[in-house]
Every structure is written in C-alpha cells, then in structure tokens.
Design a protein around this ligand. Structure first.
Ligand SMILES: Nc1nc2c(ncn2[C@@H]2O[C@H](COP(=O)(O)OP(=O)(O)OP(=O)(O)O)[C@@H](O)[C@H]2O)c(=O)[nH]1
Ligand SMILES: [Mg+2]
Length: 408
C-alpha cells in the first residue's frame, strides 16, 4: 500500500474506534440514569403506599416511614426552616411518621364505640332486639340510658321521641326501626353544631392560631396535643408544640417525644418555670417560624384548686400578648362520668372553653357523656379519643357516632 493509502487507512480506523468508544460511554451513562429513575419511582410508590389516603387500619400506624415522607409535606417541618432558639428543642434526629388523614379515622375507630362496656350501645341494641315494645321494654331501655351517663333530660327526650315514632308500626320492619333510632340519636347529639376547630385569626394578627389544652390530671391532654398535631400536620398545617406543663419534667419530655415523632418543634422551658412565660416563648417562636398553629399543653389541675385555675387564665392572657387563643379545648376522660361534668362546669367558668375533647371512649366509657357534657356547657364535642395509638383521635361526627353505637 502506498504511504497515502496507509494514512487514509489509519484515519478511518481511528474514526471507527472513536465512534465505538463514544457509543459505549453513551450506553453506560443512559443505563445508570434509568436505574436511578427506576429507584426514585420505587421510593415514590413506597411513600404513596404510606400516605394517609390508604385503607383505614386498626391500631397504631406503622412506626418507620422514611423522613422524606414528611419532608414532602410542605408545612410539616417548620423547625427545619430556622435554627432553633435556646428555649426550643429541635426535632434533631427525628424520624417522623406519616399520619392518617382525619376523614378516614372515625370510620376506622367507630367500631370501638360498640364495646360491651358501652351501655348506650347496649341499650340501643337491646331495644332493636326486643320481640315487642311493651311497657317493660321501654322501662328497661330508659334505665339503661340513664346508666349510660346520657342524663335524665336527654333520656326522657329520646324515649319520648322513639315511643312516638315506634307507636305506629313498632319494630315490624327492623331496617326502618334502625333508621329511626339513628335519626333520633343524631338529633340528640346535635347535628347542627359547629365542630371545626376555630383557627381564624383576629384581623391584624400575624398568627399563629393558638390552641390551649386544659383539663384535670390524667385526662389525656398531652396525648391529645400530640395526636392533634399529627392530625393538623396531615392536613398540611405547620404546627409548633408548647410545653407549658412545667410542673413535671417528664411532661415536657412526653410532649417533645410526640413532637419528634411528628417532625414538629417543641418549645419548652426550665423545670418549674412559669407556664405562662413558656407559652409566651412558644408563641413568639411559632410566629418567628411562620407556623400556622401553636398547641399549648398545660399541667393537669384539680378544678377545686382556685390558684391553679387562675393560673390557666394567666397562661391565656399572656399568650394573647403575642397571638389570639382561637380554641380552648377542655379534655375530659369519658370514663369519669358525672365527675367529668362537674369538672367541665368549673373549667368553663375559669377559661372560655370553646370545644371539648372526650378521651378514652374506647375504654369503660358509657357513651352517653357525649350528649350530657355538650348540654351542660353548651359547647360542642370536637374530637374523641378512641385508643392510645397515635392516630386514635378523630374529629367528632354525630352520624358516625350513631353508626358506631348501633354497631354498623
Ligand atoms: N384508652 C385510651 N387511653 C388514652 C386516650 N387518651 C389518652 N389516653 C391515655 O391516658 C393516659 C394519660 O394521658 P396523658 O396525655 O398523659 O394525660 P394528661 O392529661 O396529659 O395527664 P397530666 O399531664 O398528668 O394531667 C396515657 O396513658 C394515655 O395513653 C384514649 O383516647 N384512649
Ligand atoms: Mg400531660
């Protein structure tokens, strides 16, 4: 071959080799990218699977959901936006869980209302199972309702309405009878009451909306603060928790643990610090972080201790120097029956209670307290607690409540 031919040969050979090398690089790089996209989709579907929209599950939610699940909810992690102040405790190595949405909760939890302890549910079931509606049946029904904490007035009303409506064709049509019972029960519970949390700020206020939790010892205030924060986070709200129970160090730890589980910041003070000043710091911190809502947990107190009841009023007044308390929720243990009513009355006199949370309705509660306490205070039940699990707090709904009691 002539020299010129050799030169041409090597140029062509070099060109072919360069094309082969370039093609190999392109194939390798695009292969890697596809793998990465595939992995991303896989993770997304995992997160979708963990999202609140899934089918309702009984019992506590799965514990370990990747941190990204909550990070993807824009309002969920206000604490991460700014470095925490001294008084604040950041959710440092928290691995937040994905909360269940409010809507699916009561339909999952309502089965717990029809427990054998619940005499209201038992009374209703007994009436429906009767062969005939004689005088004796009505008397039995009436006494079961009274032992269910429903109260004498509401019991008389319910029995009167049912006697009237069943007077015509009795229990001949079981489905119709059940519908009548449900209707009357819903009417008794008050379908028209406003049960949404009031989070509307007064004009000119920069927020946050403040929810104050009050009640006697052990009713479930701290647990409710944590559960409620989870519920609000599930709705896309940004929340800060304020540990104004400075009476016991363990109380702030308990609240902080909830904060870490949810991925929200908990503001706490020194042990025995003035609860009002901790609540004030929490409100300032929540505002600085741009949070929508501050939930303030307070120490349990006996309604008979005047000094402690006055302290609650002070917490409210001091917080309101920063932001308005738009909700003051009185937490009542539903198993305490008539005692709960007495407490409720005294609390309502000390602070303007705007809503009720009835906890432990899954336990030995008798059910009727829901109606009795609303009547007593003229304030609606807004949430009910039906277990110790993180998502066992549900917005109260009269229809679902009636369905739960009737065992549907
Ligand atoms: N079964 C059941 N237990 C509940 C419910 N709500 C709270 N509890 C339990 O009640 C106990 C007391 O709850 P806390 O939240 O510590 O009560 P607290 O009102 O903050 O108590 P103090 O701060 O001491 O006044 C805990 O064991 C909770 O798990 C509920 O709806 N159902
Ligand atoms: Mg507490």
């Amino acid at each position: 071959m002539a020299r010129v031919d050799w030169i041409i040969f090597w140029i062509i050979a070099g060109g072919v080799a360069a094309v082969i090398v370039a093609a190999a690089i392109v194939i390798t790089v695009s292969g890697r990218r596809q793998k990465a996209v595939g992995a991303g989709l896989g993770r997304q579907s995992e997160l979708d699977g963990a999202a609140p929209a899934g089918p309702p599950s009984v019992g506590p939610q799965p514990a370990a959901v990747p941190a990204e699940a909550v990070a993807s909810q824009p309002a969920a992690v206000p604490a991460a936006a700014e470095p925490p102040s001294d008084a604040a405790t950041p959710p440092a190595e928290a691995v937040p869980e994905a909360p269940e949405a409010g809507l699916s909760r009561l339909s999952r939890l309502r089965r717990r209302l029809a427990s054998s302890n619940n005499s209201l549910a038992r009374g209703l079931a007994g009436l429906l199972a009767s062969d005939r509606l004689g005088e004796e049946t009505w008397e039995d029904f009436e006494s079961t309702l009274i032992t269910s904490d429903l109260g004498v007035g509401p019991t008389g009303e319910l029995v009167g309405r049912l006697r009237e409506r069943f007077g015509l064709d009795g229990l001949a049509d079981p489905a119709k009878a059940k519908t009548i019972l449900r209707d009357e029960l819903v009417n008794l519970v008050g379908p028209g009451l406003e049960r949404q949390l009031c989070l509307d700020l007064t004009p000119g206020s920069d927020g946050p909306a403040v929810i104050l939790l009050v009640g006697v010892n052990g009713t479930g205030k701290t647990t409710t603060a944590g559960k409620l924060a989870r519920l609000l986070v599930a709705e896309g709200r940004s929340v800060v928790l304020g540990a104004a129970d400075t009476f016991r160090a363990a109380a702030a730890d308990q609240l902080q643990t909830w904060g870490e589980r949810i991925g929200v910041e908990t503001v706490r003070g020194a042990d025995q610090a003035d609860p009002a000043s901790v609540a004030f710091d929490a409100a300032k911190r929540a505002r600085a972080a741009g949070a929508d809502i501050l939930i303030v947990d307070t120490a349990g107190r006996l309604h008979t201790k005047v000094g402690l009841m006055d302290e609650l009023g002070k917490v409210k007044r001091v917080v309101e120097k920063v932001a308005p308390v738009t909700e003051c929720l009185l937490v009542i243990d539903a198993t305490t029956g008539q005692n709960g009513l007495v407490q409720a009355r005294v609390f309502a006199e000390s602070v303007a209670v705007t809503g009720l949370v009835l906890t432990k309705l899954d336990g030995s509660a008798k059910g009727g307290i829901v109606v009795a306490v609303q009547r007593e205070l003229g304030v609606p039940v807004k949430f009910i607690g039906l277990g110790e699990g993180a998502d066992d707090l549900a917005p109260f709904d009269p229809g679902q409540f009636a369905d739960g009691l009737l065992g549907d």
